[in-house]
Design a protein around this ligand. Sequence first.
Ligand code: CA
Length: 538
Amino acid sequence: MKIKLKIKQTLASSLKFSAITSMFCSTLISIDVMAKQPNIVFIMSDDHATNAISSYEGRLSSVFKTPNIDRLASQGVRFNGMYANNSICTPSRAAILTGQYSHTNGVKTLADTFDRKKDNVAKQLKAAGYQTAIVGKWHLKTEPSGFDYYNVLPNQGKYFEPKFKEIGKKWQNGRKGGEVYPGYVTDVTTDISMNWLDKRDQDKPFMLMIHHKAPHGLWQPAKRHQDLFSDVKIPEPASLYNRGKHGPTDAVIIDGKKGQQFGSSVSRRMEGRGLVTRMLSDSWPTGKLQLDSYDWNTVVSAAYQKYLKDYLRTIVAVDENVGRVLDYLDANGLTDNTIVIYTSDQGMMLGEHDYYDKRWIYEESIKMPFLARFPKGAAAGKTTNELFSNIDIAPTLLELAGVKTPTSMQGQSFLAALSDPEHAKGRDAVYYRYWLHMAHHTIPAHYGIRTKTHKLAFFYGLPLDANGAMPAATPPYWEMYDLANDPKEMTNIYPQQQYSKIKNQLKQQLIELKEQAGDTDEMYPELVTLKKAHWDQK
Ligand code: CA
């Protein structure tokens, strides 16, 4: 009873807090149906686009089904507006754990190291009486902190015969160590997770994070799935052949240094070609791409089919293993007091605009799947189109456990949206920033804003102090999209005069969001100089 009251008090204080921010809940949530602090099962895959989850009813849903993940949608809430603040593995994972933007938690790029001494959601839950565990992909270099149990993959991990690094053994570093577990990584991750559930202290609530490696590339499906979709033609996105009309096409390097991995200029249209080049080599894990013709459209089409089939096959195992966990909860009487979340660290471009990675501010990249089954909630099968950021996840898990959000966390709880998704409000806009300038996929550094109706992005094109960024500049470039009329972001309306009013409003809103987030350009004199010259660019 004490815990129940504490949760109600926290909710009351949250309501007061929310009233002075952009988020508020219109109705009290029905958390009092739970007799004690709920258990939390947080399942996160890697690079899983909403287009590849059938309950999201995206463009692949006619040929690809995820029946077990869809159970969470039909029994819980589907979030259509959950966004990564920095769409790449390590930074998104750090943001989810800390409830902070990348510039605050210090993990702006893949090369940054997570500070394990700082606060995180697991530490907070542990202090509130939870048993905490994480199994699977970690990718944050330093030893996990705040977890009673961990058993994680070194670096990206392997699909077959993966090594896992278990708590109690010497950590060494993020890449080394571990013991081989026979089998397929998605199955093994679930096996280890369920073994931990079997052995846990049943008198305490728990938070278990199951972090799958799949469907991160390069894609290696389980043997039992390797022939799926052989006779299926995967639908193509309308923008697959749109290579010349999207992205900062004139991003010629203007300040490159000798010895870089690229030359004095670089085509922005390298993405599709890069994938094809790898697929045509003997090192492609599922076998070389076989082609009868090298006509470019034929090549793009064949590469797309191979990419999507490899990718989707790895998700079938994820879906099966989500089903195993849900069945375990049912069989062990845990379903009624456990919230189950399915998400991914970001989305993934599945051929849209001829891209196959993430990082870009475009919808398919920054949009995270987020499905939450709230025990005994009245919201089964409902959806919300409100905007939320991945920094809001930690405060939400904490409020669920009756823990007040620490002032160090920048996110805001969206707990109300779990039980009353049709009335609970989200953010007016989400802030996005990609720091890893020109590295790996030659994408210029950029920041921007996504409102309910528009997107504005400023490709400032400087490495600044980002670890791993390429020491070269690209020309400043703007993009703007009318998401209400152009949800696939096919037409950059930034240069069009009739949008100048909304353009200026978005720029002002972007400045305000940056200030609220504490992400000030004034730290970087070269960026301030560049902005002076280009902020008012038509
Ligand atoms: Ca990822």
